[in-house]
Design a protein around this ligand. Structure first.
Ligand code: GDP
Ligand code: MG
Length: 374
């Protein structure tokens, strides 16, 4: 593949172990047009932006360069990893300034519609809003937020907003690290509110809870039975439970649900020390509810800053981040190790054919790995 046809996310050693790889293009009129030297230069320049140029571009608020920097961070290639870390090192002093908000709820709860309304409201109030998504299934489904972009049309076109779909995790490294680092980049780019949407399917809520200051659960109006069935665990992660779609004929039912939820929440452990998690009603199709939700978030920030809980949570999150990074790094260096790569298929065969216990195979792999790192 020639350089000018190579997209910036192209992995040199690309094979089916990467989440994406590049097929040879088909020559057509469109491709021929790209032989224009001016265009070729422009493309090349984009690929070769230095770390300093990226850092400067991000800080200048350029959404295009921010997107490129995020692409670098999301790359699964080892040499991109190094460059990305150097970029983060440069930008770290400029990060940390945003209010980080996680939003979860079952598909259909109205998360994307809420983000569209809330994000647009915030932009009008002078904020700059970045929307990220954590969707561990995105490498399979293509990412929910992409499909949802139609529901975020207004926000997507707003120059004060930036929307980025979920990174695909691949086998190595995780959505986890990538989203956290992307958050830092967005902060360095001057975004002061970060909304992280995640689908309510088990583990992703816990991951997002660990990277945000405030976590909200969007629910629908439901009968008491449904509320009883709702996982207590998820309610205990939330700083607010929002009964969405409180409009039209649904208004009274939403109000009733709010009361029932408050009764349940009363008995649960709050997610944040000193902050009582409560239920609120909201309609994402009219803007009336938005000032109330923002007021709630502002109160939270003020209250937890006063008590030191806000800072303390960020400290704990950084510690937890170190742990999960160590796990990621170990995994990456293990599976990239040439000796491990050579031996793994053989051991897999032995285990699958029933001639070798799993633990013994893994033990041999670790011995080989540790020896080769000496
Ligand atoms: N009436 C009403 N409909 C809503 C509201 N929020 C979302 N919806 C609708 O609910 C459906 C699912 O919303 P969506 O934002 O895609 O949910 P998500 O899967 O949680 O992101 C869409 O058809 C929305 O138009 C609301 O506040 N009121
Ligand atoms: Mg959605």
């Amino acid at each position: 593949m020639t350089d000018e046809k190579r997209p910036e996310w192209f992995e040199e050693a690309s094979s089916d172990q990467f989440t994406s790889f590049v097929k040879k293009g088909i020559e057509n009129h469109q491709n021929k047009k790209n032989n224009n030297p001016a265009l070729r230069f422009k493309k090349k320049k984009n690929i070769e932006l230095t770390i300093e140029e990226l850092a400067e571009g991000v800080q200048s608020g350029s959404r295009t360069i921010l997107a490129k920097a995020i692409t670098l961070i999301e790359s699964n290639a080892e040499h991109h990893f190094k460059k990305a870390q150097e970029l983060l090192q440069l930008l770290l002093p400029k990060s940390g300034g945003a209010l980080r908000i996680g939003i979860t709820g079952v598909p259909g709860a109205g998360k994307s519609t809420f983000i569209e309304a809330f994000g647009t409201f915030l932009c009008k109030a002078g904020h700059r809003v970045a929307v990220l998504a954590v969707d561990p299934s995105s490498s399979i489904s293509g990412g929910s937020i992409l499909g949802d972009k139609t529901r975020m049309e207004q926000l997507a076109g707003n120059p004060k907003a930036f929307i980025r779909p979920s990174p695909s995790g691949g086998k190595l490294g995780g959505v986890h690290r990538k989203t956290r680092e992307t958050m830092l980049l967005c902060e360095a780019a001057g975004f002061d509110v970060i909304l992280v949407e995640t689908v309510g399917v088990g583990q992703s809520e816990v991951i997002v809870r660990d990277m945000v200051d405030f976590f909200m659960l969007l629910v629908l109006t439901g009968a008491g039975d449904e509320l009883q069935g709702m996982k207590k665990g998820i309610m205990e992660l939330a700083d607010a439970v929002i009964v969405n779609k409180a409009d039209g004929l649904n208004k009274d039912a939403a109000e009733k649900t709010r009361h029932e939820l408050n009764r349940i929440l009363h008995f649960l452990q709050p997610a944040t020390r000193g902050w009582a998690t409560r239920a609120y009603t909201c309609s994402s199709i009219n803007f009336d509810s938005m000032p109330k939700i923002w007021g709630l978030l502002s109160d939270f920030k003020e209250e937890t800053t006063k008590t030191g809980v806000f800072k303390e949570r960020r400290r704990m999150q950084s510690k937890e981040w170190i742990n999960s990074m160590i796990t990621d790094q170990l995994q990456m260096s293990f599976f990239h190790n040439p000796e491990v790569k050579r031996l793994l298929p053989m051991i897999e065969n032995e285990v699958l054919s029933g001639t070798r216990p799993v633990a013994s195979g893994v033990d041999e792999l670790f011995n080989v790995f540790l020896k080769s790192n000496k």
